[in-house]
Structure formats: C-alpha cells, structure tokens
Design a protein around this ligand. Structure first.
Ligand code: GDP
Ligand code: CA
Length: 327
C-alpha cells in the first residue's frame, strides 16, 4: 500500500507519527508494509542570520525521527540557546525567532549544501539519513517559495512581511489583508511529488493549516491537478474542532481568505478533490455529492488517540476504494 500525505509542521507531524504507529501495530500485513510519502510545505521557509530554515520539514523530520521537543511541539529536544544569547549580545536581529543550538546545526548543514549546489530534496534526503523518519519526506518544491502577508500599517499603507514575522513576532494578532505564497506560480513540484500523488493507493490530508500549509502546497503548479486526477481516494482530517483551530492561529489565516473557521468551510477549500472527511461530532458536517463524512473525536490528545485517528482516516479511505468513484 502506498500512502501519500501532504503536511505542514506541528499538526501534520503529530498526525503522521500516529499514522506510522498505527501502521506498525496493524494486524493487516498490507498496512504493516505500507510505504508512506510525505509532501511537506516549504512556504514557511526563511533565511535568518544567513541560515536557511525549513520549519515544517524540520518539524516532521524531528517528530518522526524522535528528536522533537515534545512540550513545544517544534525544535530539538533538550535544546540550549547559547548561540541565541551571543547573537542578542551583538544586538543581531531578528531576535524574535528562536534558534536553538542543536537546531542551528541542521540549518548549517542545509545552508552549506544549498550553497554548494544541492537541491532542497537532496538536502532533505541527507538530513533524513540521520533521523530515519520511517517515511519518504519530499519538499513540495525545490524552488524558493515564501509566504508573505499584507498588513495594514498605522499610516494606512499596506506593509508586507514574511509569514514568520506575522506568525511568530506578531502572533497573527494584526489582521492579514492578504496571504500570498510568493514564487509559487513559477515553482516546479520537487522530484517525485506528482508521482507520489498520482500513483498512491491512498492520499491523506492531516489536520494541517488549510491556508499556509496545505493551501500553499496546492498552489504549486500541477499539485492540485494531480489530486483531482489521482485514482486514489483523498481523505482529510479537519484541523477545526468546535469551530476553532485546536492549536495555532489558523482562524486568522482563514479570515484573510474570507473563509469561516468551520470544518465544513475547510472541506470546501478541497472540494474539487476531497472524497472523505473526518469531523468532530460537535461540528456541522459538510454536505456535498461525492464526499463521505464521518464524525469521530479528532483531538490528538495522546499517542494512542492519534494513532487511532490516523487508523480511522485510513479506514475511511479504504472503504471508499472500490466504491463508485470517478477517477
Ligand atoms: P504548523 O505548520 O506548525 O502550523 O502545523 P500544521 O500546519 O501541520 O498544523 C497546524 C494545525 O493543526 C492547526 O491549525 C490546528 O488546527 C491543527 N491541530 C493541532 N492540533 C490538533 C488536534 O489535536 N486535532 C486536530 N484535528 N487538529 C489539530
Ligand atoms: Ca508551518
């Protein structure tokens, strides 16, 4: 069984760890031997202090590889901040973006390899030789795509900032007028990405941010078409529970698109390719011909709950396989 997932950072990584745990513990040999490919958002990527940083790739890699800080949900475990303290002593900006010492080693390896001409796909494969995440991690593209956010300035003029500045420094408290993945229109899918979607037996959308994680992946030319055209069932898990994002500020991103923060509205963003959708019992299920909706608990409250959630997504997908689905 070939399973392909599209993912952002923390929410996607947690779900995917549950998926791998579910597969490993399954009595079904097809699930135990399943090959998982994860297409990861790279539009959060940013250069700081000369280092190329890929937050979502690193969150997925550290989480699946056992190196994540479990409490924060991002960054390395047992991290220290000696370099950050030295940078602060120099007054080196930006000071609002946390870079741990261990994490910096990852960025140093990546930045050096990119400078020597490697692609981000090659860098990711190299980093994964250490972390052995148990799945194939593919950046959505090897080209540079960076989400920028338009904010209303005090003087009425529009100010454009990098997504990280809006998210991390401003905590998305300033309303976004627009969210734009700059470079996406000219980006090419990374090697293997379109094939992973087209040739999959199951495609899964974890509960990742529908605008700045899944939404940016869908903006890479060819991705959306591959999802529409794949013979595999495409199933997703709502990132919205009880009309609110569980963690993070996805509501601020949806508001920028004029989309309400509901499980149904998020499913609507995927309407052209989504076959199955898991929603929480308290949320209004979307009603659309061709979309199968199941209600169940969606909180990733423990490793077991997360593995069960992933198993339920897979069950839904496999129940849809063989049913009368238009390719
Ligand atoms: P980011 O790149 O670190 O923001 O991570 P993602 O884009 O992968 O995921 C963030 C999204 O995960 C948030 O918008 C939340 O709505 C969603 N999320 C976080 N925890 C949970 C959970 O326990 N259950 C569900 N269903 N969604 C969650
Ligand atoms: Ca992210």
């Amino acid at each position: 069984m070939r399973i392909t997932a599209l993912a952002g950072g923390v929410g996607g990584a947690r779900f995917l760890r549950g998926l791998l745990a579910h597969l490993a513990a399954s009595p079904d040999p097809a699930r135990r031997q399943a090959a998982v490919t994860i297409v990861v958002n790279t539009a959060d990527d940013v250069t700081m202090h000369g280092l190329r940083i890929c937050p979502d790739l690193d969150s997925v890699m550290y989480t699946l590889g056992g190196g994540i800080d479990e409490t924060r949900g991002w960054g390395r475990s047992q991290e220290t901040s000696g370099v950050a303290a030295e940078l602060a002593a120099y007054g080196a900006e930006p000071s609002w973006f946390t870079l741990g010492d261990k994490d910096i080693a990852t960025h140093l390896v990546r930045t050096r390899m990119l400078a020597e001409g490697a692609t981000l796909s090659e860098v990711t494969a190299h980093l994964c030789e250490r972390w052995r995440p148990g799945a194939r991690l593919l950046p959505m593209t090897d080209d540079v795509v960076e989400t920028h956010v338009d904010l209303a300035g005090d003087d009425g003029a529009v100010r454009r900032v990098h997504f990280q500045e809006w998210w991390v420094r401003l905590h998305a408290a300033v309303p976004a007028l627009a969210i734009e993945p700059v470079g996406a229109d000219a980006a090419r899918p990374a090697p293997g990405v379109l094939e992973a979607v087209r040739d999959a037996d199951v495609v899964v959308l974890p509960p990742s941010n529908p605008v700045v994680s899944i939404g940016t992946i869908l903006r890479v030319p060819g991705l959306r078409e591959a999802l529409v055209g794949t013979a595999a069932p495409v199933v997703g898990v709502s990132p919205v529970i009880g009309g609110a994002p569980v963690r993070g500020m996805a509501d601020a991103c949806l508001a920028a698109l004029g989309v309400p923060t509901t499980a149904a509205a998020v499913a609507g963003l995927y309407a052209d390719f989504l076959d199955g959708w898991l929603v929480a019992a308290e949320d209004e299920p979307p009603v659309r011909a061709g979309l199968t909706v199941r209600g169940r608990p969606l909180l990733m409250s423990s490793p077991q709950a997360t593995a069960d959630l992933a198993g339920a997504a897979l069950d839904l997908a496999l129940d849809l396989t063989g049913e009368d689905r238009a390719a």
